[in-house]
Design a protein around this ligand. Structure first.
Ligand code: HEC
Ligand code: HEC
Length: 372
């Protein structure tokens, strides 16, 4: 069955060859071809000031010897094809663009090919408008003045560039992988809030509302008063324990900036249902966490983007800017070593299992390595 299919499609491929040759000579529509060229634009530029990208720029491609553009690094296969006399015209380009690798085995153009003859005709007609040596069959509309296709970024954003093949890896500096992220994608990802308040969304919420939300959505793990159920993290208290052997580091005792609370809760909590809270919910919960830490004492206190920076956490001043260039300890060491930093071979001196650093289940004192 699959053999039959294969031989059928092979026949079809063979049959389509002569058809292609004629159809490629047929007049294409340069205006429609501009659209088709979007498929090429991730790798090729054409028009005023076109530069080489992943592929060579395509101005004056008609009459160019294959692989013949100075300053572009072609595959060996393409250069050989040029040496053997391949010159780009309607017909040769039609064959190449239909199935690049079938015509030039080893070409580094990572493009499967244009399946529709119409697209082929049209894109070739479009390219002809940028070629002095283009055949006379060029459409007579104003397409000669067609604006150059949009710049790399936008063109790449609209269509993912086909993945480069392994054999082409490292050949050029650009791999043609991926595409430029859209504004929406960047906005969804770019939600960080800085200590100076940059990134805070507009909104507000009170301690009282926060208490309800917290009781519903957070208390199962963090406890009604942020004391932490079982081994879930403690969110309140711990003041004055930082110098003790086992300090209790909470938002109130340890965290330097309130922005981190807002950012973290909005980004990561409730655990298992992250990013389900509205911006106002997060303001309310943040206000409630301040209340649980005795940093505000009024249930009507309303936290908002307007008064956010007025709230300072008690431990802020114990955090210092880490400037490695001037900090004495680091500055004296100069350039850090990044490879082959030791003459002696690296050795494993101990295993975590034996060191017993992982808390076991059940009895907290039993390490993972302990035998029950
Ligand atoms: C993924 C990137 C990529 C895409 C997409 C792509 N090309 Fe190419 N193209 C290349 C590369 C790389 C070469 C150089 C090939 C070589 O050296 O083997 C090339 C070579 C060519 C050449 C020969 C140029 C010369 O100077 O000899 C033509 C013509 C061409 N491409 C046209 C197109 C057209 C038209 C499209 C869209 C239908 C297209 N290419 C799509 C990467 C691409
Ligand atoms: C299912 C249990 C669970 C729920 C429900 C939950 N959390 Fe958490 N929370 C965690 C865990 C686990 C961590 C530690 C995560 C980590 O370190 O990667 C954490 C960490 C935190 C931290 C950082 C604590 C610290 O000192 O590092 C805050 C703040 C926090 N949660 C707030 C909340 C808020 C607010 C809610 C409700 C909207 C909530 N959590 C709901 C399990 C939960």
């Amino acid at each position: 069955m699959s053999k039959l299919l294969k031989s059928l499609s092979l026949t079809a491929a063979l049959l389509s060859l002569p058809v292609l040759a004629t159809s490629a000579l047929a007049e294409g529509d340069a205006v429609a071809g501009k659209k088709v060229f979007k498929k090429c634009a991730a790798c090729h530029a054409v028009g005023d000031g076109a530069k080489n990208k992943v592929g060579p720029q395509l101005n004056d491609i008609f009459g160019r010897t294959a692989g013949g553009l100075d300053g572009y690094k072609y595959s060996k296969a393409m250069i050989k094809a040029g040496e053997e006399g391949l010159v780009w015209d309607n017909e040769t380009m039609g064959t190449y663009l239909k199935k690049p690798r079938a015509m030039i085995k080893g070409t580094k153009m990572a493009f499967a090919g244009l399946r529709k003859d119409k697209d082929l005709d049209n894109v070739i007609a479009y390219l002809a408008t940028f070629s002095a040596e283009a055949p006379a069959s060029t459409p007579s509309d104003d397409s000669a003045a067609a604006p150059a296709p949009e710049k790399t970024e936008t063109a790449a954003a609209s269509k993912p560039a086909p993945a480069a093949t392994a054999s082409e890896a490292g050949a050029g500096k650009v791999f043609g992988l991926g595409r430029v992220a859209t504004h929406e994608e960047v906005a969804a990802w770019d939600i960080d809030i800085r200590p100076d308040g940059a990134g805070l969304p507009v909104g507000s919420g009170t301690v009282a509302v926060g208490e309800e939300l917290f009781t519903d959505q957070c208390a199962v793990c963090h406890g009604d008063f942020g004391e932490g159920v079982g081994r879930w993290p403690v969110l309140a208290g711990g003041q004055d324990t930082l110098t003790e052997e086992r300090p209790e580091k909470t938002i109130g005792s340890y965290w330097p900036y309130l922005s981190t609370v807002y950012d973290y809760v909005r980004r990561a909590m409730p655990y298992g249902n992250a990013r389900s809270l509205s911006d106002d919910d997060v303001y309310a919960i943040t206000a409630y966490l301040l209340y649980l830490n005795d940093l505000v004492d009024d249930e009507d206190f309303k936290l908002s983007d307007k008064n956010f920076l007025e709230v300072r956490l008690p431990n802020e001043e114990n955090f210092i800017a880490d400037d490695r260039e001037t900090e004495a300890h680091f500055a004296s060491k100069g350039e850090p070593c990044m490879e082959n930093c030791t003459d002696t071979p690296v050795e494993i001196t101990m295993h975590a299992l034996i060191l017993d650093v992982t808390p076991g289940s059940g009895d907290d004192n039993a390490g993972a390595g302990a035998v029950d």
